[in-house]
Design a protein around this ligand. Structure first.
Ligand code: G3P
Length: 218
């Protein structure tokens, strides 16, 4: 399973990259705003900076909601760097735009997916990734991880090549559950990735190894 980090924060992206297990980055307009990135030039430079830090795919979201606007923005974003994946919302014009990009060889991430029907449309349009938002489903008492399992099974049954990118991951257990459900990618906050390291028996064991070493080596 690939690990993407879900942030536009350059320090966190560097820290995840330094771990050596990072496969990419996802951003969205809210995450960019959280870092105070505004204005076309700054936004573009920020995407370029992210691409310089990581080796893998970097999702950059279009703001337009009409077909022509999405195509224009997506082509500009895709031309910035070969690592850029154009993120497009699952709306009618978004599906048309994904189909267009797919025919042009521009990779896409279909975002704001909350149902298996939306995931089916994204795959049929040729999306590279589909992003079901599991945390936001959990927020409304609906099982987000179950949706990941359903989409993964449906894509495998029909042979779709679209990768299931579990998004809106809120904590470490979500990552483990998405792995079990067959997600191809999990895009996570840094804390959730680091949480995978934690086990009290590791801490206790390491402490004992070091104490025993000290006993005989001083
Ligand atoms: O990857 C999508 C993500 O950024 C949304 O997460 O926590 O705002 O639902 P959240």
């Amino acid at each position: 399973m690939k690990f993407f980090i879900d942030t536009a924060n350059l320090d966190q992206i560097r820290e995840a990259q330094d771990l050596g297990v990072l496969d990419g980055v996802t951003t969205n307009p809210s995450l960019m705003a959280k870092e105070g990135i505004s204005g076309e030039e700054n936004i573009i430079n920020h995407y370029k900076n992210i691409c310089e830090i990581v080796d893998g795919d970097v999702s950059a979201e279009v703001i337009a909601t009409g077909y022509e606007g999405m195509i224009k923005e997506g082509e500009i974003l895709a031309a910035l760097h070969p690592q850029i994946v154009v993120k497009v919302p699952i709306i009618k014009d978004g599906i048309k735009a994904i189909k267009y990009f797919s025919e042009k060889g521009i990779r896409t991430n279909c975002t704001l997916v909350f149902s298996i029907g939306q995931a089916l449309l994204a795959a049929k349009a040729g999306a590279t990734y589909v992003s079901p938002f599991i945390g936001r489903l959990d927020d409304i008492s609906t099982d987000g991880v179950e949706l990941i399992a359903q989409i993964a099974e449906m894509y495998s049954y029909y042979g779709f090549e679209t990768e299931v990118l579990a998004a809106s991951i809120r904590h470490t257990m979500h990552i483990v559950q998405c792995m079990e459900a067959g997600a191809d990618v999990a895009t996570c906050p840094l804390d959730a990735i680091l949480g995978l390291l934690n086990h009290p028996l590791t801490d206790i064991g390491l402490e004992k190894f070091l104490a025993d070493y000290k006993k005989v080596n001083g």
